[in-house]
Design a protein around this ligand. Structure first.
Ligand code: ADP
Ligand code: MG
Length: 326
């Protein structure tokens, strides 16, 4: 939440040419490089801009600085920051238990769902594609979703009973979900570029990446590839963060777990894949575990949520509240 007028609204009317030092030819070069708005320009690092545009040496840095000065306040008080955050409406997950765990629902930033297979990560993601469409007075954003599917687990027919349970008309609901089937990690990065366009054109309010880590882990296995894999994953996560910063987008990613050797006999420890890069890159981290036919969801890292847990059940009608084992 960094823009002067609460999100991108304040700079919406500002064109690239309105910035100090940017004339029509520089603006044209920026647009050719895919930089269409002042907020995009404000968030892109100069080095990256130099790579993708044909701006003369030094011009990229100047242009980006000029945009930053126009868009970001230099400093604000915590009180001003709090006022700005008041206009953020959390988005419902469709489960009161989960919403409660998240102090009201999902908010802009990256929320990570971590869990073994079958814990309900994809089911939650599918449901979010529908809850984002609910009206604001029902906890939705009256919006649309962009789904980057890397594991071929997006099954549109699965949405039918969930939409019905939420009282959404299925044909309309399906039209408001865009799916990008990413076949490898390069393609996943490409999907993010498309997602950003959708968000910028107000055709998406929520981005799902299911899964964040699978392609990177499969393509760069082995210790010798670890550094490169982490760099690529870092690039992907940074771009996600940038989209969220520019547009206040809610982003949900899924992540796998790694089994680690038992230290305490009988206790099977596990940790999220992706190491520190993912741990630092995601704002809110939720851990999912299957137990007694239900799923326990715990906050394992967040700058604002307490480390609580709650229970959900995966049903035909979607993700619903559960009471947990008695
Ligand atoms: N139509 C359905 N009715 C009831 N439960 C379902 C249905 N579809 C999937 N599930 C539940 O969701 C589980 C799979 O969850 P999923 O979100 O795909 O796991 P993952 O964490 O691997 O993404 C299944 O094992 C099942 O319990
Ligand atoms: Mg899945």
């Amino acid at each position: 939440m960094s823009f002067k007028e609460g999100g991108e609204g304040g700079e919406e009317k500002l064109e690239l040419e309105d910035l100090e030092g940017i004339g029509s030819s520089t603006a044209e070069k920026l647009r050719r490089a895919g930089i269409n708005t002042v907020s995009q320009l404000a968030c892109i690092p100069a080095r990256e801009l130099e790579e993708i545009s044909d701006l003369a040496e030094g011009r990229a840095g100047e242009a980006a600085r000029s945009a930053r000065e126009a868009v970001f306040p230099k400093v604000m008080t915590a009180k001003e920051y709090l006022e700005k955050r008041k206009c953020i409406q959390p988005m419902t997950t469709g489960s009161k238990n989960l919403d409660c765990l998240l102090c009201g629902g999902l908010e802009p930033g990256i929320t990570e769902l971590i869990g073994a297979y079958g814990t309900g990560k994809t089911q939650i993601c599918l449901q979010l594609c529908l809850t984002v469409q609910l009206t604001r007075n029902r906890g939705g954003l009256d919006g649309a979703a962009f789904y980057i599917d890397t594991e071929d687990t997006f099954k549109p027919e699965r949405l039918n009973p969930i939409a019905k349970a939420l009282g959404l008309e299925i044909e309309q609901a399906l039209d408001r979900i865009s799916v990008f089937r990413a076949i490898n990690s390069d393609h996943q990065l490409e999907g993010l570029r498309v997602a950003q366009e959708y968000v910028a054109q107000k055709k998406a309010d929520l981005i799902i990446v299911d899964s964040l880590t699978a392609h990177f882990r499969a393509e760069y296995s082995g210790r010798e590839n670890l550094v490169f894999r982490q760099q690529r994953l870092n690039t992907f996560i940074h771009r996600l963060q940038r989209i969220s910063t520019i547009h206040n987008t809610i982003i949900v990613v899924t992540n796998q777990v790694l089994d680690v050797p038992e230290v305490i006999p009988g206790v099977k420890p596990a940790r999220p894949a992706g190491g520190n890069v993912v741990a630092h890159g995601c704002t809110f981290r939720l851990w999912l575990e299957r137990s007694k036919g239900m799923t326990k969801v715990s906050v394992i890292d967040s700058p604002k949520h307490p480390r609580n847990s709650t229970w959900i059940a995966l049903t035909e009608a979607g993700v619903v509240d559960a009471e947990g084992p008695r």
